[in-house]
Design a protein. Structure first.
Length: 245
């Protein structure tokens, strides 16, 4: 099987197994038409449709650094209840108050400072319009924004065709034998850009499906029984496994 077909086959099998994931979740829209109880919106790729929604994703992308999404949901809810949903709100709020509101996300003092910086970047009129997406280089120049966070913002907030690479991606595709495990973030990303259609909806689903698969099966200690992509995995035969990267 050619490399391009391997990627598309994995995408198809994961999608068939888990269905559309509805990323990036918007807790502020939870329960609204087209959204589930946690703000996921399966099959609706044009969301967010507002500046407020895009900023919610940007804030969430910062808060989810080094923590679980459930902790971020609590922080986003507290920010929303405090009326801090747009850049101008965070810009005017003291960092220590923001820190108290986002305490559940961990590293809250540092993240509060990051949010203050982000607020300044997206404060100008029109900065949160879909057509006004910053470049990757501009995002990476912001203190506290690394590649994964920048690419999450571009893909999920602004709908740009940029694939997001995370630790789950490296784990799964190394176990599959597609990567060696030593590749850089940009090298892995380039493979996805080359092997999958350059479309934001495809990158959206692929990244979300990888996360779902890692949670269900490809954990640190893998649960191979029932894995939908086991026939492609070089570690599937548990009897001959001695180490899982």
């Amino acid at each position: 099987m050619a490399p391009r077909r391997i990627f598309s086959s994995l995408y198809s099998r994961l999608l068939a197994a888990y269905g559309p994931q509805g990323w990036w979740p918007l807790p502020s829209m939870a329960g609204s038409r087209g959204f589930d109880a946690r703000g996921y919106h399966p099959g609706r790729y044009r969301w967010p449709s507002s500046a407020q929604g895009r900023f919610e994703i940007i804030v969430g992308a910062v808060l989810t650094q080094n923590t679980a999404w459930t902790n971020v949901e609590m922080a986003l809810t507290r920010l929303r209840e405090a009326g801090m949903e747009l850049p101008q709100h965070l810009r005017l709020a003291p960092a220590n108050r923001i820190g108290r509101l986002i305490r559940s996300s961990g590293y809250y003092n540092q993240k509060a400072k990051k949010l203050k910086v982000i607020a300044e970047v997206f404060l100008p009129a029109g900065a949160l319009e879909r057509r006004s997406a910053p470049t990757r280089e501009q995002l990476l120049a912001i203190w506290g924004i690394g590649r994964e966070t920048a690419d999450s913002i571009l893909l999920y907030a602004f709908g740009r065709p940029v694939f997001v690479v995370d630790a789950y991606t490296r784990r799964i595709f190394t176990r599959l034998g597609i990567f060696e495990g030593r590749e850089s973030y940009d090298e892995i990303q380039e493979e996805f850009h080359h092997r999958l259609p350059r479309r934001p909806d495809v990158y959206n689903e692929m990244h979300a499906l990888i996360v779902e698969h890692a949670k269900r099966h490809c954990r640190s200690k893998p649960l191979c029984a029932g894995c939908p992509i086991s026939r492609s995995c070089r570690y599937f035969s548990v009897s001959r496994v001695t180490h899982f990267p």
